[in-house]
Design a binder for this molecule. Structure first.
Ligand SMILES: Nc1nc2c(ncn2[C@@H]2O[C@H](COP(=O)(O)OP(=O)(O)OP(=O)(O)O)[C@@H](O)[C@H]2O)c(=O)[nH]1
Ligand SMILES: [Mg+2]
Length: 432
């Protein structure tokens, strides 16, 4: 593998920026444009150095850390250049690295190398991506748990149970299929049942984790003039949406993120739902219905007696304008968006509805790819379990158990195909 370079911090003006190199000649490349061309022989000893352009003039000074294989993030020789965060200086440094033999690193290349050099397994590499993209501190904590090997441990424990079951069945097959060990079938069914249960709770955890890392989408919906945009503004604590007494004011979906007790919510204001001949408003209403369908939660501002007609049943029914009218029976809460009454109580209800999904998540997965691997594992375990219970054709059972193991391997081990690798690492940012 060649030597790669990238800026690991966001490109732009900042106090400090970090340019990183990894690969066999990374130390030599960096020393080529230092005023004093010494390569540090000591691991992890940050040193102040001057950076020199091809005309021999110094253009910045930087704290440079030379790190030696294998005790680095990638497992290769690595250099971290902490320079002033000016895009011109960053670009000059990267250009110089390239002129001395480095290649620009594509997104995720540093973590991909860490994976290739056995510094991380696949579940830990994916935890790095979700740790970086997490929008809440709780999401970051869960991702960090996986980075430290929580998912790996849980998967290995399930794998061990399956491998032991395969071993016991194969041992029986070697002796005699007719003369089965007592309790072999019943014990195996029990163990596979336990594995299926753990996998199913991990699959369920994904929705909750996704909310913590990407934010829960909360759609404010209801008829025209119900006060949706007024509520949107009240929740954001700023006048973001246009409010008026004219029915059909909001046409496009407006979006903004709020944070309730550390959980991110992507709040959406939508067009009021009504029958209309206006072609633009009609498009707005269609968009509202699409948003309602895909929302994690809908705040529905309805008229008394009206119910949201959608397949999405995660709804908080809100009676608005309580300052000028009476009612509210059968609703989850009465508020006045205009007078800011009961807005905090509404936030609490929203938080409770969303967080009930992840109040006690233990074994969690953080990517759709991991979910589909676990689903395929479960399918084969279910078939194996059924075969054991119905007519124990033990060879078939072993075949399905081996299939289930191959899907677990895709989450943890290195047997992963190139296309899976590309899809995982291409979602990373450059420099990680
Ligand atoms: N008295 C009172 N008026 C309210 C309240 N909430 C909204 N309104 C008024 O109701 C009218 C409609 O409010 P909007 O927030 O624009 O309603 P909307 O549901 O977004 O309407 P569309 O975008 O047309 O679907 C405005 O005149 C608001 O001032 C409330 O709690 N009390
Ligand atoms: Mg509106």
């Amino acid at each position: 593998m060649g030597t790669i370079v990238a800026c690991s911090t966001p490109f732009g003006s900042s106090g400090i920026a970090v340019v990183r190199l990894s690969g066999p000649v990374s130390h030599k490349i960096v020393s080529s444009f230092l005023e004093k061309k010494i390569i540090s022989k000591k691991h992890n000893t940050p040193t102040l150095c001057r950076l020199v352009d091809s005309d021999g003039r110094v253009f910045d000074e930087a704290v440079i850390n030379f790190l030696f294989s294998p005790n680095t993030y990638t497992g290769e020789d690595l250099v971290e250049i902490n320079l002033h965060g000016n895009p011109v200086i960053i670009q000059k440094t990267i250009d110089l690295c390239c002129s001395f033999g480095a290649e620009i690193a594509p997104g995720g290349e540093f973590t991909k190398r860490a994976y290739m050099n056995d510094k991380l397994d696949m579940s830990q590499a994916e935890a790095v991506a979700s740790l970086i993209s997490s929008k809440s501190i709780l999401g970051a904590k869960l991702s960090y748990k996986n980075l430290r090997g929580s998912l790996l441990e849980n998967i290995l424990s399930i794998k061990n149970k399956i491998i032991t079951t395969v071993g016991q069945i194969e041992f029986n097959l070697d002796i005699s299929e007719e003369d089965l060990q007592p309790n072999l079938v019943s014990n195996s069914v029990l163990v596979l049942g336990e594995c299926i249960e753990s996998l199913s709770s991990a699959i369920k955890s994904f929705k909750a984790v996704n909310v913590l890392t990407s934010g829960a989408s909360v759609v404010i919906a209801g008829p025209t003039n119900a006060g949706k945009s007024t509520l949107f503004n009240a929740l954001l604590k700023k006048d973001r949406a246009i409010v008026s007494e004219i029915a059909g004011t909001t046409r496009d979906v407006l979006e903004n993120t709020i944070n309730i007790e550390g959980i991110p919510f992507v709040l959406k204001d939508t067009a009021g739902i009504r029958k209309t001949k206006n072609s633009i408003e009609k498009i707005g209403v269609e968009k509202s219905n699409e948003e309602i369908l895909s929302a994690d939660l809908v705040i529905y501002l309805g008229e008394p007696g009206s119910v949201l007609s959608s397949e999405n049943d995660t709804v908080v029914y809100v009676f608005n304008k309580k300052d000028i009218r009476v009612g509210g029976g059968g609703y989850d809460i009465s508020i006045s968006a205009l007078k800011n009454e009961n807005i905090s109580a509404l936030k609490k209800i929203v938080l409770k509805k969303i967080s009930s999904d992840f109040s006690d998540v233990g074994f969690i997965v953080t990517s759709q790819r991991q979910v589909s691997c676990l689903e395929k594992t479960t399918q084969h375990l279910l078939i194996a379990k059924k075969s054991l219970q119905n007519s124990p054709h033990l060879e078939l059972v072993v075949e399905d158990l081996n299939f289930s193991l191959s899907f677990l391997d895709q989450i943890t081990k290195k047997t992963t195909k190139d296309d899976v690798l590309d899809s995982v690492f291409s979602s990373f940012c450059v420099g990680k």
